[in-house]
Design a protein around this ligand. Sequence first.
Ligand code: CAA
Length: 419
Amino acid sequence: MTFLTVGLLPPERGRVTYGTRMDFAPTPENEQIREAAYKFGQNEIVPGLRDRDREAKSDRTMLEQMGAAGFLGVSVPESYSGLGADYVSLGIVCEELERADTSARVALSVHNGLHSMTLMQWGTEEQKGRWLPDLATGKRIGAFGLTEPNAGSDAANLKTTAKKDGDSYVLNGQKAWISLSDYADQFLVITKLAEGDPAKPRFAAFIVDRTTPGFSSRPIHGKLGVRAGNTGEIFFDNMRVEADRMLGGEGDGFKVAMSALDHGRYTVAAGAVGIITACLDACTKYANERTVGGEPIGRKQLVQQMIASMVQGREIGRLLYYKVGWMKNTGQRHTRECSMAKWVNCAAAFDAANKAVEVHGAYGFCDEFPVERYFRNSRGAIIYEGTHEIHTVMQAEYEMGYRSDKPLKHTLPTWPFDA
Ligand code: CAA
């Protein structure tokens, strides 16, 4: 067990951990959840995966299984029908499910991170009571809509509008690169308010149902990776949404989006560690079995160098996301730390997957072995939920003092819940 009393160290600019204690030891509950998620991944996700990936085949079955196992409500309070586990446990589930396949972790990121946790942070009691129990048990699936064809990194450039009309808003526009676009029952959608000064746009976030007239979706085909997962576009054509579906108030939409990313990026960072572990699983086995010059290639120092580099990525990555999980548990603002974890871990995962292909030689170039899939899947995470470049700039800006994390008005519930 390791205790670090950072209060003894000099403060660093912009950091919020000064004077508090960090405990990196996983709890028995964390370990139990890791084992359950590992078994689920290997028993329910891995079988048939190569074919699903080849055929780009996905359906709701995996989501239903994840719901039945409790993974869709890991860090949702028991009072809202969730498991009530801490936020580190959610990271661990993401890690173990991505060790099986990225598509499973993406579903968790979107449903648990971007949707449910943002509802936990911003929702009124009535809104949480209305949606969280069904989300936590997988009766309903939630997704997130921020990105548009011309608004990715420049999220504030979004064009989807919400026009107030009596007790409701009328939505028009389009979102792109939406995970679970064809399966989610409800979407947390970020819109621009139609009224007001166009030079100073104001945003609003709504939870909308796919059954509402005016909603439609269309899958995106031909993706480089995450082929066993569903990604697409969603459209709003004069879609009428009641005002009580707004999260936060008029003008809060961009903040809702940014806080959603604090949760989504956390799950992506944790999942990236799972890809590295999967690369290690594959490479240690292969490098022990494959011989060159009468000895396993694992005895060759250049192969060992690649294995060691993956181990380094796994260990650093785990510490980075555990820290963010601990900050969520203790109610500290963690945008900077979360960006760091996502930035570092996704780059390490892609590097590990590239090395894993190298260790496998020609066999790494075909889908007889899983490492080519890890290579394709890990590439995506360097782009979604903030590109590598966005996080590079954010980290430089924090360090230079151009960006800082102020305390938030709406915060995620701290853990233990219901205490
Ligand atoms: N929580 C709450 N509020 C926040 C916040 C957070 N994490 N981050 C910022 N805010 C608030 C700020 O305090 C500020 O409020 P005030 O105006 O009251 O001061 C306001 O939001 C604007 O914040 P910034 O000044 O930081 O905004 P910015 O314009 O500088 O942001 C940016 C620039 C950081 C690059 C941002 O646009 C960004 O993160 N872009 C990347 C978008 C992204 O990651 N997209 C991924 C889409 S989701 C996806 O990929 C999912 C999928 O389905 C696969």
